[in-house]
Design a protein around this ligand. Structure first.
Ligand code: GMT
Length: 382
């Protein structure tokens, strides 16, 4: 198939999922056209069957806010026409879905261009629920020819918040188990510290509760040596650095900023910390699990769909720092427990969330949507 993919090409989980999906689909013989404002971060455009079309947003003094959504719709229509795309697949509803709808309508006299929207989390739980975006998000979901969500939690929230029921297909996030794999020796860890490593990866937004990671490290270090790698960047990085100094653990935390090859860092760690307030899925935890690194997550959102408490990781209440720190200590001091959990974590990633399991679900869904001509309603009848 010829598929156009649009996402936020930055470090967010939705952009990563969209990029990895495009790469996997290209690997399976599909022609993939990324239509984004910059080259997606994990994308090498030299790969066969991968094409990149930049969306240029020209500015004009009249515009306080350059209309990206319109530039994207124009580019989508242009690329779809030029390369005879079979469908558009947009990741994160706002504003990508609306742009896809416009592109569809622009081409409607000549052909039908179906589009699928994948809901990733904050497009439903936070941004999409905000009054200013609620009506347009609801409309764009309703108008999508197909809608998928990356967890049952998001499927349920979409029904509760937007009243969209029965048409959201759950296709969970996935991980490439050949790229993300365990490193039993963890020899490379020594370039960071002599102690066992904890790792946290995120966009350092308030919902991630990054300060909790620093508090947990400080509690752990009262009994057990450990060093924390903080990977990523965002508004809460500065406050976390200040907190590390206040708690006297600044020499035991490395803030590494944004990293392109997290698959090289994660396997060096013993435990992943994901103390988030809310996570629609928790992609970082899945990547860690594939690397045989058990995650300590929170009982929030879609995380319990990924981590089975006590089997392949631990789940504690949001903000319960003592409980989360106690789990870290358990994993750092009990080798047998760590080995058992690391193996179970890898097993979960391989058996439930590998690309081999999940990508065909997208392929079948594409075929279903493209074949469903009866669901096509011309723009004039709406
Ligand atoms: O976590 C973020 O703030 C980024 C956000 C995104 O849309 O890029 O992540 C969401 O999508 C990820 C990929 O599907 C999920 O793994 C994350 O759980 C989800 N984040 C939240 O729900 C907060």
């Amino acid at each position: 198939m010829k598929i156009g993919i649009t996402c936020y090409p930055t470090y967010g989980g939705s952009g990563i999922v969209a990029t990895e999906l495009g790469l996997e689909l290209a690997n399976r013989g599909h022609d993939i056209h990324f239509i984004t404002y910059s080259n997606p971060i994990r994308l090498d455009p030299g790969i066969p069957r991968i094409h990149y079309h930049e969306v240029e947003v020209s500015n004009y003094p009249l515009f306080q806010y350059p209309p990206y959504c319109l530039a994207l719709a124009s580019r989508m229509a242009e690329v779809a026409q030029c390369y005879a795309l079979d469908l558009l697949h947009v990741h994160y509803a706002i504003p990508h879905s609306i742009s896809a709808l416009l592109a569809q309508q622009m081409l409607s006299r000549e052909r039908h261009l179906p589009f699928i929207t994948t809901l990733h989390g904050t497009d439903i739980t936070l941004v999409g629920s905000d009054r200013s975006y609620f009506p347009i998000t609801k409309f764009s979901i309703e108008q999508s020819n197909g809608v998928t969500s990356i967890s049952e939690f998001i499927q349920q929230r979409t029904a509760e918040v937007f009243g969209v029921k029965d048409r959201v297909r759950v296709i969970p996030n996935f991980v490439n188990i050949k790229t993300y794999k365990p490193d039993a020796k963890k020899a490379g860890a020594r370039r960071f510290a002599r102690e066992k490593l904890l790792i946290h990866l995120s966009n350092f937004r308030p919902v991630k509760r990054v300060n909790d990671c620093v508090h947990i490290l400080a509690r752990v270090r009262k009994s057990t040596p450990a060093h924390l790698l903080m990977v990523g960047d965002g508004p809460d990085r500065g406050p976390a650095e200040v907190l590390a100094r206040e708690l006297g653990v600044q020499d035991h935390v490395s803030f590494l900023g944004k990293q392109d090859h997290v698959e090289r860092l994660i396997p060096l760690a013993h435990v992943l910390l994901m103390p988030s307030e809310l996570e629609a899925f928790g992609l970082a935890a899945l990547e860690a699990m594939a690397c045989g690194v058990p995650a300590i997550g929170t009982n929030a959102g879609g995380v319990p769909e990924l981590i089975t408490h006590g089997v392949d990781g631990f789940l504690e209440e949001v903000g319960d720092l003592d409980a989360q720190a106690a789990r870290v200590v358990e994993l750092l001091t009990n080798n047998r427990l760590h080995q058992r959990m690391a193996a179970s974590a890898r097993h979960t990633a391989v058996s439930r969330f590998s690309t081999e399991r999940i990508i065909p679900q997208y392929e079948h869904y594409y075929e279903e949507i493209c074949g469903a001509k009866s669901s096509v309603r011309p723009a004039t009848s709406r």
